[in-house]
Design a protein around this ligand. Sequence first.
Ligand code: SAM
Length: 209
Amino acid sequence: MTEFWESSFQNKLTMWGFEPADSALAALELFTKNDLNKILIPGFGYGRNAKAFTDKGFDVTGIEISETAIELAKQHYGEHIKVHHGSVSAMPFDQELYDGIFCYALIHLLNEEERGKLISDCYHQLKPGGYMVFVAISKNDATYGHGEKIGHNYFLTRHGVKLFFYHAGSIEKEFRVYGLVEAKEVKEPAKNMGDKPSQVFWQITCKKQ
Ligand SMILES: C[S@@+](CC[C@H](N)C(=O)[O-])C[C@H]1O[C@@H](n2cnc3c(N)ncnc32)[C@H](O)[C@@H]1O
């Protein structure tokens, strides 16, 4: 996993551009409406989503497995960014409690045990009243079923990435006990970008009581 992401960032650098994902803007709106400030971003990448939050004054900490992605983030957004280098499997990296957690396109890369641990670890680092938002690939995405089947709704793509495709049932099963308040399917990007097809994701929101 580490090698795959290292070589991806080394070869393709800032491969998703500098605009935040539309779901990051939706989470920004939710977090702002609820007066949240201190947030955690597991699967930080090179920080394109984090930037949307820091621009609005949020205190952001990231977790990222790729050293190259962290270096790219520093080059583009400054040395001061706070990112723990390592796998989310090694959470918690600090003893902080966060008001909000935003996790984009990471959880579906993990196996069942790792997904369960990530959700539980995030929940435990959330303050009461805090929100966590996960964005995960949907079974309704056009890539569902491509590659080698390695489990239920779980495929190894030709690029060597394992993807777990979520549907309403698996969301309910994995997130229900962690304060699931909403799960809706979204397109990323939301707008039609011409020759680049949108992907279908679930935007999953949990609130800690
Ligand atoms: C699909 S990318 C999304 C990146 C970022 N969220 C964005 O939207 O720009 C997944 C990210 O998670 C990171 N990643 C993959 N597995 C990880 C793990 N086990 N722990 C921490 N980060 C991981 C990758 O290096 C990559 O930056």
